[in-house]
Design a protein around this ligand. Structure first.
Ligand code: NAD
Length: 510
C-alpha cells in the first residue's frame, strides 16, 4: 500500500476546502484504465479529494489471501470514509471468497444503492422516463453464506434475516427518498411463502413507512414486482428489498434502462461507504483503451454526493451527459444514428473534462442532490421477546428399506417416549406422515416434529389456547433415544413461541 500513490492526481489547490481522504483500488482487467480516466475527471473538476491506494483482487488472491485483500489494506479502509473501487476478477475454482461480499459484511455496508435512469435516445431503452433507485439489503438473507450438505441428496443454505438488519436498511431507503426528493418507496418480498423471514422484512417496512406519511409506500410480491420492473419500470421510484431479490432486480433494471455499462453503485455503512461500477473487470477488452469509464465515473459522483460534494457530483454528471449527447461514445455505446466520434477510454474522459460546466440540452440534466449530510440511521430500542420452547424439529438422514414415511413414523412414535409425541414428518417441507399422499416424492431428508405428549394445546387461565412447554432435558433425552435406535439426526431446530405467538412455519398439509 502506498500513500498518495495515485500518480494521475495532484492534490487540490490551497484555496479549496480541506480534501477528504478516500481509499482507491484500481482492481483488475479494465480497472486501471477506467480508474485513471475517472481520477482524471475528478482532478480536472477540482474535487477536493486526497487518495490512499490499496491493492486488492487477483494478485492478492494469487498471493494466498483467500479474500483478495491484504491484511494491511483493512486499516486504510477503516481510516477513510469512502472507498472508490475498480472491478476485480475473482479467480475460478474453489476456496476464493468474493471480495465484495467480504468487504460489505466486514465493514457493515448494509445498504446497496443503485440509481438507474434512461439516457434515450443516445442509449436505447423502451422506457425514456425510467428513473429509479434500487436499495438492496447487503449483508443478510441467503448471502450469509451458511451452506451445508446434510445427506447424500440434500444441501441447504440458511436464509438469515434480522429485525435490526431490516430496520436500518428500510429506514435508509425512506431517508434516502426524502433526501433526494423522491416520492414513493416500494417494498418487494416473497412473504406469501416465506412468512417469517420475508414476513419480518415486510412487517418492518410497514412499521417504518408509518413514520413517513409524506412518502407513498406500497408492496409487491417479488415475482410480479420483478415482472413489472421489466415491463413498466417507469412506475417505480425507490425500491427496497432483500439481498438476493435486490441482486437480481438491480440487474434487470440496469438492463432495461439500456445502460449496464453506465451504472454505478454505492454500498453504504454507518461510517464507511464503498463505490464502484456495476460491471465487472471485462478481461476480454482489458489493456486496449476501449472500455467505457462511465460506470465508475457515475460511482464517483455517488461518492461525491455521499461526501456532501453535491454540486461537484452534478457538474461531472452533466458533463458526462453532454458528452453522450454530443455523440462522443466508447465502442460499447456505438450507434449508427447518434455516434459522431468513436473514442477510447482516456479520450472519452478528456471529452467529459472539456464539457465540465456544461449541461446536456436534450437529456434531463442532473440536479445537485438536496442531501446535505450523510444519512444517519437511529434504530428503535431493541426489545427482548419472551420465548417459550414448545417442541423440536429433528432432521434425519434416512432411507429405510423403501423410503416409506409410515415405516419411519412407526419407529419414531416409539422413540418419542412418554413426554413427547411425534406430531408429523415432512419431506422437503411437505407432510408425509401421518396420512401423507403416496404420490409425494421423498428424498433422504426428513423433518420430524416433536411436541409435548400432553395435548399440544391447552387452555390458559384466560381460556386462550396455548402450547404446552417442553424442556431442554426432554430434547437431549430424545436425541439419546434416536442414537440408540440407530437413527442419523443431521440437526435440530427448536420450536418457540415468541411473545405468545407461534414462531415457526407449519408443514405443508400440517
Ligand atoms: P463483465 O461485466 O466484466 O463483462 C461483461 C461484458 O461486458 C463483457 O463483454 C465486457 O467486455 C463488457 N463490459 C463490461 N464493462 C465494460 C465497460 N466498462 N466498457 C465496455 N464493455 C464492458 O462481466 P463478466 O465477464 O461476467 O466478469 C468478468 C470478471 O469480473 C469476473 O471475474 C467476475 O467475477 C468479475 N466481476 C467483478 C465485479 C466487481 O468487482 N464488482 C462485478 C461483476 C463481475
Amino acid at each position: 500500500m502506498s500513500m498518495n500513490s495515485v500518480s494521475a492526481v495532484r492534490q487540490p489547490a490551497l484555496t479549496q476546502p480541506d480534501p477528504t481522504r478516500i481509499t482507491v483500488a484500481y482492481g483488475d482487467g479494465i480497472g486501471r484504465e477506467i480508474m485513471e480516466a475517472t481520477l482524471a475527471v475528478l482532478q480536472a473538476a477540482g474535487a477536493p479529494l486526497a487518495y490512499d491506494e490499496i491493492e486488492i483482487g487477483e494478485q492478492m488472491y494469487l498471493q494466498g489471501f483467500a479474500s483478495g485483500i491484504s491484511p494491511e489494506a483493512w486499516d486504510t479502509l477503516r481510516r477513510n470514509k469512502a472507498f472508490l473501487k475498480g472491478p476485480i476478477t475473482t479467480p475460478q475454482g474453489g476456496g476464493y471468497k468474493s471480495l465484495n461480499v467480504t468487504i460489505r459484511k466486514s465493514m457493515g455496508l448494509y445498504a446497496n444503492v443503485r440509481p438507474c435512469r434512461a439516457y434515450t435516445p443516445y442509449i436505447e431503452s423502451h422506457f425514456p422516463y425510467l428513473d429509479l433507485v434500487v436499495i438492496r439489503e447487503n449483508e443478510e438473507d441467503l448471502y450469509a453464506g451458511i451452506e451445508h450438505q446434510q445427506t447424500s441428496e440434500v444441501v441447504q443454505c440458511l436464509k438469515l434475516v434480522s429485525r435490526p438488519g431490516c430496520e436500518r436498511l428500510i429506514r435508509y431507503a425512506f431517508e434516502y427518498a426524502r433526501a433526494h426528493g423522491r416520492k414513493k418507496v416500494t417494498c418487494m418480498t416473497k412473504d406469501n411463502i416465506m412468512k417469517h423471514t420475508d414476513g419480518l422484512f415486510h412487517q418492518v417496512f410497514n412499521e417504518v413507512a408509518s413514520e413517513y406519511p409524506d412518502l407513498v409506500s406500497d408492496h409487491y410480491i417479488i415475482d410480479i414486482g420483478a415482472a413489472l420492473l421489466a415491463a413498466s419500470p417507469d412506475r417505480f421510484d425507490v425500491v427496497v428489498t432483500l439481498n438476493l431479490y435486490g441482486d437480481i432486480i438491480s440487474d434487470i433494471t440496469a438492463q432495461v434502462a439500456g445502460s449496464v455499462g453506465l451504472g454505478g453503485s454505492a454500498n453504504i455503512g454507518d461510517s464507511i461507504a464503498m463505490f464502484e461500477a456495476i460491471h465487472g473487470s471485462a478481461p476480454d477488452i482489458a489493456g486496449q483503451d476501449i472500455a467505457n469509464p462511465s460506470g465508475l465515473i457515475n460511482a464517483a459522483c455517488l461518492m461525491l454526493t455521499h461526501l456532501g460534494q453535491n454540486k461537484m457530483a452534478a457538474t461531472i454528471m452533466n458533463a458526462l451527459l453532454a458528452t453522450l449527447e454530443d455523440g462522443i461514445h466508447t465502442a460499447d455505446l456505438f450507434s449508427e444514428t447518434y455516434t459522431r466520434q468513436r473514442v477510447g477510454t482516456q479520450a472519452f474522459a478528456q471529452a467529459i473534462i472539456e464539457r465540465l460546466g456544461q449541461a446536456p440540452s436534450k437529456l434531463t440534466p442532473v440536479q445537485a442532490s438536496t442531501m446535505n449530510k450523510p444519512i444517519e440511521i437511529r434504530l428503535a430500542p431493541r426489545l427482548k421477546m419472551s420465548k417459550k420452547l414448545v417442541g423440536v424439529d429433528v432432521f434425519l438422514d434416512w432411507t429405510g428399506d423403501s423410503r416409506d414415511p409410515n415405516e419411519l413414523g412407526r419407529q419414531l412414535e416409539i422413540v418419542a417416549g412418554n413426554e413427547l409425541k411425534l406430531k408429523m414428518i415432512t419431506n422437503r417441507g411437505v407432510k408425509v406422515y401421518p396420512n401423507g399422499l403416496s404420490e409425494t416424492f421423498c428424498t433422504d431428508h426428513w423433518r420430524c416434529r416433536f411436541v409435548a405428549q400432553a395435548a399440544h394445546l391447552k387452555a390458559n387461565h384466560d381460556g386462550l389456547l396455548t402450547s404446552v412447554p417442553v424442556t431442554y432435558p426432554q430434547l437431549t433425552q430424545l436425541l439419546d433415544r434416536l442414537i440408540d435406535a440407530g437413527l442419523d439426526f443431521i440437526k435440530i431446530e427448536n420450536l418457540y413461541e415468541m411473545d405468545g405467538t407461534r414462531a415457526y412455519s407449519l408443514g405443508q398439509g400440517e
